[in-house]
Write a protein that binds this ligand. Structure first.
Ligand SMILES: *[C@@H]1O[C@H](CO)[C@@H](O)[C@H](O)[C@H]1NC(C)=O
Ligand SMILES: *[C@@H]1O[C@H](CO)[C@@H](O)[C@H](O)[C@H]1NC(C)=O
Ligand SMILES: [Cu+2]
Length: 173
């Protein structure tokens, strides 16, 4: 392989790695089952993912049978669809998560929410992920009063490094 081509491929992979880090991820609610009343545990699905501001959740469903309503926490808990914050009815709704905190969605068709077609998406705001973890102050007897501060800046670079090594291995091994 020509050196030029190799460099091009390496550059391409690095750019992809950076783009992945800077653009929001897209999550299809319920994975292949989509947004439905049959057999998806949306609480479990949501807890298996980490949502950040800028990510998108994709609701795919048959719009003749379902819809998506963003509701308040209270309405979510009581499955009350009479005063939604937002309605989505197209059958393929991409909902961009533009703020941190809990976002509550349910299907407004009678009975569906009660049957489990509801989801609480907790979105981490950037300040949540970057905020240093300050552990509780140690015992009074300890001489030092400086709280232990831990940052985790290596996570992303470790991922990039992994990717780079993988590409380098594929090309040069
Ligand atoms: C649903 O919410 C509306 C408006 O917030 C309220 O008037 C109504 O009583 C609620 N219904 C139930 C069953 O809680
Ligand atoms: C959502 O739809 C309901 C009826 O289905 C309507 O009463 C309500 O005004 C709509 N809300 C918004 C925010 O569009
Ligand atoms: Cu439904």
């Amino acid at each position: 392989m020509a050196d030029y081509t190799k460099s091009c491929i390496v550059l391409m992979f690095l750019m992809m790695a950076f783009l992945e880090g800077s653009m929001g991820a897209v999550y299809k609610v319920g994975d292949s089952a989509g947004w439905t009343i049959t057999g998806v545990d949306y609480e479990k699905w949501a807890s298996a993912h980490t949502f950040k501001v800028g990510d998108t959740v994709d609701f795919k469903y048959d719009h003749q049978f379902h819809n998506v309503m963003e509701v308040s926490r209270q309405d979510f808990e009581s499955c009350n669809s009479s005063s939604p914050i937002l309605n989505y009815t197209t059958g393929h709704d991409s909902v961009k998560l533009t703020s941190g905190g809990h976002h509550y969605y349910l299907c407004g068709i009678p009975g569906h929410c009660a049957a489990g077609q509801k989801i609480d998406i907790f979105v981490r705001s950037p300040s949540d992920t970057c905020r240093p973890k300050i552990s509780p102050p140690p015992h009074r007897s300890h001489a030092s009063s400086t709280p232990f501060v831990s940052f985790k800046p290596w996570r992303r670079s470790a991922k990039l490094l992994d990717m780079f090594l993988l590409v380098a291995y594929a090309i040069f091994a």
